[in-house]
Design a protein around this ligand. Structure first.
Ligand code: NAD
Length: 381
């Protein structure tokens, strides 16, 4: 099987997320990195692409040139990753989809529900593979957690508690920091700050591990650091489609919590908990028995978890390798389509554009609920 021709827009030198995508792709060994438009600065975009080994004629100055030139080639890229700022995702994804190229987009998929719906419809109509990078779903122990929920190890799920609360935005002099300032500017960030940017990861994990959507929310958005136009802390009660009780806390003010992403799931037979800083361990408590620590790479895990792991037990794997799991899923789906075969069903759980759209819908409902004093608000869709 020939390697999949891959390109990336955004994720330039010094960006937060570009490196993790490049490592994620390289680890998977099923892709050739052959085209790029890495930076908003055209010179840096070209220079960095060449430095990373992209052929000089395919290290483009911007994504419009990349699209135009790639479209002329018989060996044009097959998959593009979009790792640019949020307000550019819609336009770039749409253009590449229309050119017949599969797309893997950073989260949030778009700034509005309408844009997300348009991309979902377009991807479906054109039969394209459309993934959105809720990358934490690629961790082996999140795949294990999902399998344990789906196979009924916990029985009926009663409560889910998700958090994405760290101290990333706790400084009082935040207006002097350009990397923080835009996040509280509605023109740049959209209708929400931390809940859109961070909270949607936590909410998506709740949906991912249960295979359900969020039905309704009751939210309290608050500003802890004076002068901010958008929330830096939010608390949401939610219900999934089957009535499962959900709780979500999102904050940029939680000094000492470092990254602060975690999920806990409580069912009728036991509870599971996982946190991003120790991604290789999943805590499993059956009823009132002593808690067991399940380890990534162990033979007692479900196949779906071990499929997502790469190095032997005891050696830490990190966030870029979680991204790599999503690239593995995408490669499986793209290659099976080429061969006219059915993909491995475990590859199909990667977050789709539909999931990206759902997260935009949830955040819009959370904002509405908060503006209505925490009133229970149905999620559209
Ligand atoms: N999935 C995750 O865990 C995760 C984590 C962090 C960021 N993100 C998402 O990744 C995206 C990028 O975030 P970041 O933190 O890396 O941002 P960043 O500001 O650190 O980097 C953005 C990069 O995109 C480039 N860029 C900007 N506009 C461009 C354009 N029009 N064409 C080509 N390149 C362009 C910039 O030059 C820069 O290299 C955002 O959507 C963000 O929400 C996702």
């Amino acid at each position: 099987m020939q390697k999949i021709r891959w390109g990336i827009v955004g994720g330039g030198e010094g960006s937060q997320i570009g490196f993790a995508h490049r490592v994620g792709v390289a680890v998977e060994e099923k892709f050739d990195f052959i085209a790029s438009a890495l930076d908003i600065d055209p010179d840096k975009a070209r220079e960095f692409g060449i430095r990373l080994g992209v052929d000089s004629e395919r290290a483009y100055a911007n994504w419009q040139e990349m699209l135009k030139e790639e479209n002329k080639r018989s060996d044009k890229i097959e998959l593009v990753t979009v790792a640019t700022p949020n307000d550019t995702h819609f336009e770039i994804c749409k253009a590449f989809l229309e050119a017949g190229i599969d797309v893997f987009c950073e989260k949030p998929l778009t700034m509005t529900v309408e844009e997300a719906r348009e991309l979902v419809n377009l991807g479906q109509r054109l039969g394209r593979v459309c993934g959105v990078n809720y990358g934490y779903t690629g961790y082996p122990m999140i795949r294990q957690l999902r399998e344990m929920v789906h196979r009924g190890d916990l029985g009926q799920i009663r409560v889910i508690f998700t958090q994405f609360a760290g101290g990333f935005m706790a400084e009082s002099n935040w207006e002097n920091d350009p990397r923080i300032r835009w996040r509280f500017n509605p023109e740049k960030a959209g209708i929400s700050a931390v809940t859109f940017d961070l909270g949607s990861h936590a909410m998506h994990l709740a949906c991912y591990v249960t295979g359900q959507k969020v039905k309704k929310v009751s939210s309290d958005f608050a500003v802890g650091v004076p002068g901010r136009e958008l929330e830096d802390d939010s608390l949401t009660a939610f219900r999934l489609e089957d009535g499962t009780i959900g709780r979500q806390w999102v904050s940029g003010l939680a000094y000492g919590r470092i990254h602060g992403l975690s999920i806990q799931v409580f069912g009728e037979h036991g509870g599971l908990r996982w946190q991003q800083e120790q991604p290789n361990q999943l805590y499993w408590t059956k009823g009132r028995e002593a808690t067991k620590i399940l380890e990534r790479g162990a033979p007692y895990l479900y196949d779906e978890a071990n499929r997502a792991g790469r190095v032997t037990i005891g050696h830490p794997e990190g966030m870029p390798l979680a991204f790599s799991t999503l690239y593995k899923d995408l490669a499986e789906v793209i290659n099976s389509r080429k061969e006219g075969e059915e993909p491995d069903p475990s590859a199909l759980t990667y977050p789709h554009f539909e999931d990206g759209m759902h997260m935009v819908e949830v955040v819009f409902a959370q904002v509405k609920s908060s503006r209505d004093g925490g009133k229970w608000t149905e999620v559209a869709g």
